[in-house]
Design a protein around this ligand. Structure first.
Ligand code: DX5
Ligand code: ZN
Length: 218
């Protein structure tokens, strides 16, 4: 089984002191910093762009995982790569028939790439391009906001992706994002997810170190 990595989403951090928040979760045992980039078009919320990613580098050496919830992501991948993203994920729903080309363009920039699907998009939509991915991200909420309820229907999708990943023989991470709690984290790992995004469960916990430890070990 692939190594479990805990990826706190800074969407639930205090944006007015983002550097300190990122340093805090780095020190408290996170493996990956999950950066939710939203454009107000692909999703109904607006967060931040490459400048924050660049400035955040001063506060953490962890893997920066940029989850682009934006239209026409190909117009921005170079800037996120230059800003210091280690992996860039793009939505199938935003890329459609340009998904494979966008993934390859990300790889060409020397950055890891991943495809994301929403809860109502089937695994078949990305089946043929999984071999080009370093990571597959399955949304377990409709993207846009933190603190939503986990959609159980994603569990069989994780199992399906896990089978496809195993058949490639490649090291491809499976990331789950949205509504992860201490109650459901065991089930998503059992289904095959190894990169666990958690926003509110980590940032709203009085003891973030304990929250990260529990997400890793439960
Ligand atoms: C949702 C984002 C998630 C979100 C997760 O649009 O992609 O990363 O911040 O937050 P929680 O863990 O609170 O659902
Ligand atoms: Zn996300």
């Amino acid at each position: 089984m692939s190594k479990i990595k805990i990826a706190p989403s800074i969407l639930s951090a205090d944006f007015s002191k983002m550097g300190e928040e990122i340093a805090d979760i780095t020190e408290k045992g996170a493996d990956v910093i999950h950066l939710d980039v939203m454009d107000g078009n692909f999703v109904k919320n607006i967060t931040f762009g490459p400048k924050l990613v660049k400035d955040a580098r001063k506060y953490s050496d962890l893997t920066f995982d940029a989850h682009l919830m934006i239209l026409n992501p190909w117009n921005y991948i170079e800037r996120f790569a230059e800003a210091g993203a280690d992996i860039i994920t793009v939505h199938q729903e935003a890329c459609k028939d340009r998904l494979k080309d966008t993934l390859l363009a990300i790889k060409n920039l020397g950055v890891k790439c991943g495809a994301v699907i929403n809860p109502d998009t089937s695994v078949e939509e990305i089946e043929n391009i999984i071999e080009y991915c370093d990571m597959v991200l399955l949304m377990s909420v409709f993207p846009g906001f933190g603190g939503q309820k986990f959609i159980d229907g994603v569990i069989p999708k994780i199992e399906k992706v896990k089978k496809i990943v195993d058949a490639t023989g490649k090291e491809i991470d499976i990331e789950i994002d949205g509504g992860i709690t201490f109650e459901n984290v065991g089930a998503v790992k059992k289904a095959g997810a190894n990169v666990i995004v958690a926003g509110s469960t980590v940032f709203n916990h009085p003891d973030r170190k304990e929250a990260i430890r529990l997400l890793r070990n439960l």
